[in-house]
Design a protein around this ligand. Structure first.
Ligand SMILES: NC(=O)c1ccc[n+]([C@@H]2O[C@H](COP(=O)([O-])OP(=O)(O)OC[C@H]3O[C@@H](n4cnc5c(N)ncnc54)[C@H](OP(=O)(O)O)[C@@H]3O)[C@@H](O)[C@H]2O)c1
Length: 233
């Protein structure tokens, strides 16, 4: 019997990460999810009926010790690692001209340093499995938004994806950048509510992630930009 594939998703207790976790579990994969909030992770596991195929790991995506221990914990529990999803991220929803700088450090570290740390910590295991790195960027990492530092962090993720691909492709590791437009998730809670217009559901984005992850061996889907119809920018 071949063992089912294993995915590690940062920030997987809510929103897009949780939707990807559900979809991969439905597809028969084993999944580890991280997040800073233990309660959120526990609630997510309870909601799914605490399956053996789901591992929850408290940790900060911008702390290398935490990221390394999440990778090690996943390998110890499941014995292999096929996919990492650098999904943890958030926006301060303000601007460089009139925002609150105190909130920017954590945002930049989580959104930019976090994916790099996850790649560094998992690359050896992914070499072995000839696995996949998925980076959750944003349309804001392709289209400039006036004054938006969050968008600049996502431009960095766009660059990191291609820089990483150019290095790891020769080791048989694929790299997928998923760049969502507006998605209905807790991401918007700190901005005072959802933006106007149509939004994607987290499940709709998760479908794209799982589609990219489950391509046949040798096929490397690199950049997927998904907007809700009607989002002009
Ligand atoms: N929603 C959108 O419209 C949209 C559009 C484009 C891109 N994105 C991107 O999609 C990704 C997922 O966001 P989402 O929309 O699903 O929002 P979300 O529900 O708020 O998910 C973010 C998750 O990341 C975790 N997280 C945040 N900072 C973390 C850190 N330093 N270490 C570990 N976990 C951390 C959060 O849990 P804890 O707070 O418990 O740690 C949360 O579970 C983000 O990278 C976001 O930038 C979202």
């Amino acid at each position: 019997m071949t063992e089912s594939p294993v995915a590690l998703i940062t920030g997987g207790g809510s929103g897009i990460g949780a939707a990807v976790a559900r979809r991969l579990l439905d597809a028969g994969q084993r999944v580890a999810v991280t997040g800073r909030g233990e309660e959120r992770l526990r609630a997510f596991a309870e909601e799914l009926g605490e399956p053996e195929e789901l591992l929850t790991l408290v940790g900060n995506a911008s702390d290398y010790d935490d990221v390394r221990s999440a990778v090690d914990g996943t390998l110890t529990e499941y014995g292999r690692l096929d996919t990492v999803v650098a999904n943890a991220g958030f926006a301060t929803h303000d601007s460089v001209a009139d925002g609150e700088p105190a909130g920017w450090t954590e945002m930049v570290l989580t959104n930019v340093l976090g994916p790099a740390l996850l790649i560094r910590a998992s690359v050896d295991a992914l070499k072995e499995s000839r696995g996949r790195i998925v980076l959750v960027g944003s349309v804001a990492g392709f289209v400039p938004t006036p004054g938006n530092l969050y968008g600049a962090t996502k431009w960095a993720v766009t660059g990191l994806a291609e820089n990483t691909r150019r290095q790891v492709t020769e080791w048989g590791i694929g790299v997928t950048l998923i760049a969502p437009g507006r998605v209905e998730t807790p991401f918007w809670d700190s901005s005072g509510g959802l933006p106007p217009g149509r939004l994607l559901t987290a499940d709709q984005i998760a479908d794209s992630v799982v589609w990219a992850v489950r391509r046949p061996a040798g096929v490397d889907v690199n950049t997927v930009v998904v907007r809700p119809l009607g989002q002009p920018n």
